[in-house]
Design a protein around this ligand. Sequence first.
Ligand code: COA
Length: 182
Amino acid sequence: MDFFFDILDKARRWMTYDAEVSFYYKHFPSLVENAEVNLRPMVRADIDRLFAIETSAYEFHWELETFRSCFKIGYHCWIAERARDVVGYGISTIGAGESHVLNVCVAPDYQGRGIGRMILNHLIQEATRFKADSMFLEVRPSNPKAIKLYRSMGFNEIGTRKGYYPARHGREDAIVMARMLG
Ligand SMILES: CC(C)(COP(=O)(O)OP(=O)(O)OC[C@H]1O[C@@H](n2cnc3c(N)ncnc32)[C@H](O)[C@@H]1OP(=O)(O)O)[C@@H](O)C(=O)NCCC(=O)NCCS
């Protein structure tokens, strides 16, 4: 019975959500344009939207199943939302005193507005809250925007993983970056 009510509740929330968002977009576009970006924990219903952003932002993207697994396992999955529209996300693991950033991504139309920095900053705060003392991530050498963001947030290059990523011609190495927390 609980399951049935859960489904009904989700359907109700989605219908209300769609109606509200299209209403505001139509009648008050500038209000939506200037709305603040907030962070909240991911819920299962976000997964399809995340996947749509992922496929539009990366040439070599995660599969839908990867998002489902991250959610199921209980990784730290955060959503950046503006006027109730998902515009980005960050996913990390935290355990044994370490945190690993698995994904930080902003929808192409919203990039360059400080949202990536906001998401990463939140993942750092979460890792600190859960008593991690170091944080790691991998990045493609061909992704200067992300490298610049990570450097500016205190990450340093500590190594390379050979052939870590798929690439157009063969594989691309990953730069491993890390920073201390706390
Ligand atoms: C990388 C990414 C997460 C950055 O998010 P964003 O919201 O666009 O970035 P922000 O507006 O928060 O900018 C943060 C910093 O990133 C760097 N940056 C952002 N856009 C940049 C650009 N066009 N050129 C160079 N550096 C850039 C700058 O250091 C910037 O800080 P500054 O504005 O003080 O100079 C985003 O571009 C993205 O989602 N890219 C596709 C997915 C991806 O590559 N994720 C990272 C995987 S490792």
